[in-house]
Design a protein around this ligand. Structure first.
Ligand SMILES: Cc1cc2nc3c(=O)[nH]c(=O)nc-3n(C[C@H](O)[C@H](O)[C@H](O)COP(=O)(O)OP(=O)(O)OC[C@H]3O[C@@H](n4cnc5c(N)ncnc54)[C@H](O)[C@@H]3O)c2cc1C
Length: 367
């Protein structure tokens, strides 16, 4: 029997498995499809909350811990797997921000480089940005990761770890309970038992936990994105305007996102969203009108009431833990949120105060 069972092979499940494996524990990760192909694939890969000064302290605490870890993680995965997750740190330009005062005050408080720049600096950094802006906010340290490649690299790394087993194509149908203890999971291929079970099933976590009478307020929030094939150099850094963004990849391609839609577990793309994303992208970089839209997709974010993920042990049931509900910031928060749970699982001093992430769990009483 393995020390840990992890349900869900998104970025949260895979980073949890990686750290438990690194610490010498045996792990079985169970994924109903292929690891890293749901929200963790569909996201944009910006590794900062979009407007970080508008977020609560629990999110800021995890995001500032995480941000500094990405260069090292990407470097490690490249070395160990040959797959480059393409961490790029080319900065972010904010166009048209209403609460500049709040943004600058936040930056001073957390010692983050963020400044107001004039039009000359703005267009020197982004010559193809839409004309007519007389200033912007500039965050030079903003990084992004090519999340589909991050998922691929994590999956490849886990496959080489002797203590880690990944069962793909195995749907978990429910959690197995013996009295007040969760002893494993029920899958289409039969039961799998483990010492501790960790649910990292993203937007689908709620229904899994309902199988043992735990009610967590996690819901799917659809996000659609489009991808342009562009000439090299058209967009060099992330640009954000009115909540929509363009993100350049290393090969010149540019992503534009994203929608926020409450449509349940419906992952279809829509013409309306495509047109709206296209219009937003052109209002940021008009030259995208000359470029082909190569791809359009949707993913389901694991939405939670205030965007704060639920991390920790489920009270009232031994052997059951959760790490889910990262909403718009799963990639941003993953290094810290998975480390925070792993610290608790293996009895280490937690990196940040775990309480804010346990509040929703405390209200989710097992029947
Ligand atoms: C359009 C869009 C843009 C985004 N942009 C960003 C961004 O720029 N930056 C950022 O930080 N975040 C972004 N996000 C959010 C981010 O992608 C998510 O918060 C994050 O990927 C959640 O990771 P996860 O591992 O919890 O969930 P997922 O990646 O969805 O993984 C959950 C896994 O669990 C598996 N699973 C579910 N049920 C079962 C079951 N019963 N049995 C077995 N396996 C199961 C699923 O198949 C899936 O692989 C974006 C999301 C979207 C959709």
């Amino acid at each position: 029997m393995q020390d840990f069972l992890i349900v869900g092979g998104g970025v949260i499940g895979m980073m949890t498995a990686l750290q438990l494996g690194d610490a010498g524990h045996t792990v079985t990760l169970i994924e109903r499809g292929v690891c890293g192909r749901e929200a963790s694939w569909a996201g944009g890969g910006i590794v900062s909350p979009l407007y970080p000064w508008r977020y609560s302290r629990p999110i800021s605490a995890l995001s500032s811990w995480s941000e500094g870890r990405y260069p090292e993680l990407a470097g490690r995965l490249l070395e160990e797997t040959g797959i480059d997750p393409e961490f790029r740190q080319k900065g972010l330009l904010y166009l048209r921000v209403d609460d500049v005062g709040d943004a600058l005050a936040w930056a001073r408080e957390v010692a983050k480089p963020l400044s107001r720049v004039d039009a000359r600096t703005l267009y020197a950094k982004a010559p193809n940005a839409a004309p007519g802006f007389d200033s912007a906010l500039w965050m030079p340290t903003l990084g992004s990761i090519r999340n589909p490649r991050l998922g691929k690299a994590l999956r490849a790394r886990l496959a080489t770890m002797p203590g880690v087993e990944c069962l793909e194509g195995r749907e978990v149908r429910g959690l197995l309970r013996e009295g007040e203890r969760v002893i494993g999971v029920d899958t289409a291929g039969g039961p799998v038992l483990g010492g501790q079970t960790v649910v990292c099933a993203g937007a689908w976590s709620r229904s899994l936990l309902e199988s043992v009478g735990v009610a967590l307020p996690i819901r799917p929030v659809r996000g659609q994105m489009i991808l342009f094939r562009t000439p090299p150099g058209l967009v060099e850094r992330v640009i954000l305007k009115d909540g929509r963004y363009v993100i350049p990849r290393g090969d010149g391609r540019v992503l534009a996102g994203s929608t926020l839609e409450e449509v349940g577990f419906d992952k279809r793309t829509t013409r309306e969203a495509r047109d709206s994303l296209y219009a937003s992208a052109l209002s940021i970089v008009p030259g995208l009108a000359e470029c082909e839209v190569e791809h359009h997709w949707a993913g389901l974010r694991p939405g939670s009431p205030d965007g704060v993920p639920m991390i920790g042990a489920v009270p009232g049931l031994e052997g059951l833990h959760v790490n889910a509900g990262h909403y718009r910031n799963g990639l941003v928060l993953a290094p810290a949120s998975t480390r925070l749970l792993v610290d608790q699982l293996i009895g280490c001093e937690p990196i940040v105060d775990p309480l804010p992430y346990q509040r929703a769990l405390a209200g989710s009483s097992p029947i």
